[in-house]
Ligand binder design. Structure first.
Ligand SMILES: *Cc1c(COP(=O)(O)O)cnc(C)c1O
Length: 456
């Protein structure tokens, strides 16, 4: 098909929207390792997980054979309010770069929460409500997950308690207010209101917090409060399942025009947007039907894939959550307070970790200032002001397009533009004032943290 006919935005009609989520694990020969009970080192049972998580979500978490999960109608109706998200051909960026590469991005920032996180938040809130719960607790880093969850909870009339990483709570007061607008209560983490929070504060006074630490607090409150469960916005299999909507829509839109991508790029914090974007493509790759070059992009300051160790580790700093086998920097690793809050997690989804370990995808770490250069370049030609997290993928896409310029390759690149950066202007200010630095952990720092991995 001639290039001219491909519109700037490829939309899907309501009837063309996916009716099921796709569970990538069903097609994996090497399944991701199971979550383990930290006390017994045995796989977590359904009963054990149900004390922390909603029942239906536990079923999804443990199911590695069902390929397609029907999306309940209530969730599909909510999706229809802000989906399908646009798949945009970045004609202006291509022209600016003078590249023969064809660049597409799937834009997930087109909702009030400003990111893809709403895709899973609405599903998790729906199952919590269906179970008859009063509310849910969670952690949030940069604030996108907390915002998404508070929107979802207010829609289903559920209480929502959010522990927000302290550095973000201070840097992003407006996100906090968005959450409160939707009725959530927001506590900076580590806090004095949980046992684990008090312990962490005693050990690391003045800490700016971390996702791992906020998770511990949220789990403690959920398991000690009647009618509450804990929900998590990334990392878990269930979250990747919900986020598969991103990839399914992308593939349906590309298929309409007979476009087959050569390369798929996404930023990786806990791995949910990337896991969702690549799901149907990786499925084809696993079944031997097609091949794609898949690239995860992470910050140099928190390089779980590129410098981490593949081992069982805690998902939280307080070591109360189940153990997950993943690429990790160690649960005690507190990354430098960089501006991509959503990518500051020490570990990585166990599904993506297994795929990476099997050589089915690649990873790249990029420095913060280069990420903001790419963000600004993108904003100036494509119009959208991107989130710092998303800009990691932009950086890699631009670099690949520039490589294609050298080689003359007409490669088709698809990247995930996970969200907008309106609440990140403090970071943009630092960048514009030349006050942003590139923190790279030393080998000794990483080794010291990895030495603390649980041994058994
Ligand atoms: C949370 C977030 C990410 C990273 O989380 P993943 O689970 O790795 O997708 C990336 N971009 C934005 C905008 C986010 O809010």
């Amino acid at each position: 098909m001639s290039d001219k006919k491909i519109p700037y935005k490829i939309y899907l009609d309501e009837e063309e929207m996916p009716k099921s989520w796709y569970n990538l694990r069903a097609d994996m020969k090497n399944k991701p390792a199971p979550l383990l009970n930290p006390a017994t080192h045995q796989p977590m049972t359904k009963e054990e997980l149900s004390a922390v998580f909603c029942e239906e979500l536990v079923n999804q978490e443990l199911d590695e054979t069902t390929a397609n999960f029907e999306i309940p109608e209530e969730i599909r109706n909510f999706y229809k309010m802000y989906r399908p998200s646009p798949l945009v051909r970045a004609y202006c960026l291509e022209e600016k770069l003078k590249t023969p590469a064809k660049i597409y991005y799937k834009f997930e920032g087109n909702n009030t929460s400003g990111s893809h996180k709403l895709n899973s938040a609405i599903a998790q809130a729906y199952y919590a409500k269906k179970q008859g719960l009063k509310g849910v607790t969670t952690e949030t880093g940069a604030g996108q997950w907390g915002t998404a969850l508070s929107m979802a909870c207010s829609y289903f009339d559920l209480d929502c308690k959010v522990f927000m990483v302290k550095v973000s709570y201070e840097q992003k007061p407006f996100r906090r207010e968005v959450m409160r607008t939707y009725g959530a209560s927001v506590t900076p983490s580590p806090s004095e209101i949980t046992e684990v929070g008090r312990k962490i504060l005693a050990k690391y006074p003045g800490t700016t917090g971390s996702l791992g630490c906020a998770i511990s607090e949220a789990v403690e409150v959920a398991t000690h409060t009647e009618g509450y469960r804990y929900v998590l916005g990334s990392v878990l299999n269930q979250v990747l399942l919900h986020q598969s909507i991103i990839g399914l829509e992308t593939k349906a839109a590309l298929d309409k025009y007979g476009i087959k991508p050569d390369m798929i790029i996404g930023c990786a914090g806990g791995g949910s947007n990337l896991g969702g974007l690549i799901a149907p493509f990786m499925g084809e790759k696993l079944r031997g039907e097609a091949d794609y070059d898949i690239l995860a992009v992470e910050p140099e300051s928190c390089p779980s894939f590129t410098r981490g160790t593949y081992a069982y580790d805690f998902c939280d700093t307080g070591m109360i959550c189940p153990l997950a086998k993943m690429y990790t920097l160690g649960s005690g690793y507190i990354p430098a307070p960089t501006h991509a809050g959503g990518l500051r997690f020490h570990g990585m989804s166990s599904t993506l970790s297994q795929l990476y370990d099997d050589g089915l995808m690649r990873a790249l770490a990029v420095p913060q200032t280069k990420v903001f250069e790419a963000a600004e370049q993108f904003a100036r030609c494509e119009g959208i002001l991107p989130a710092p997290e998303s800009s990691h993928a932009i950086r890699a896409a631009i670099d690949e397009a520039l490589r294609c310029k050298e080689t003359g390759e007409e490669k088709t690149i698809v990247f995930g533009l996970t969200g907008t950066g309106y609440f990140d202007m403090y970071a943009y200010e630092k960048f514009h004032d030349g006050k942003m630095d590139d923190y790279v952990p030393t080998d000794e720092e990483i080794a010291a943290s990895v030495a603390q991995l649980p041994k058994f």
